[in-house]
Design a protein around this ligand. Sequence first.
Ligand SMILES: [Zn+2]
Ligand SMILES: [Zn+2]
Length: 179
Amino acid sequence: MNDLVEKAVNFHGHLCPGLLIGVLASKYVLEHGNDFSLDEELAAIVENDNCSVDALQALLGTTFGKGNLIFRDYGKNNYTIFNRTNNKVMKLSVKARNFGQATLTREERLEQLLKSSPEEIFEITYSAEIPPEKAHIHESIKCDNCGEPTMSTRIRELREKRVCIPCYEKLNMGVFDIK
Ligand SMILES: [Zn+2]
Ligand SMILES: [Zn+2]
């Protein structure tokens, strides 16, 4: 646990209860048939963008940049981990009783998490969901308005021009006229 906490703190910048939630989730994943993901062997779907996700990035190698970290903005502490090698899927959800502990100070909360096992913190279920698609590399197209190269899948059509999303939104609101 200590090595994992240290590695996560080095990445995240500070020690906090949220980070420890992510460390505990990662610890469980690493102890149950998974290794740090150098490429896209693992993929993670996370349902929040709080401190905990940094622990997954540091410890599991499921990162924003590699495209094997998928954020769904549901406001839940759920972590679904796909292993593309053995097709196992595990979902860790923070147990309801671990919320609303307003009586604990931050220090007490940290201490409590440091001595907890993942099983005490999470409801853990296995399923056979299909993993998310691997990251793709798309060609870039020059936006007809601002000229910036833009990933082809993010180009919008407007009055026979091909424009990026921010230009599309501005032009659509009629704020600016197309160049
Ligand atoms: Zn934090
Ligand atoms: Zn543009």
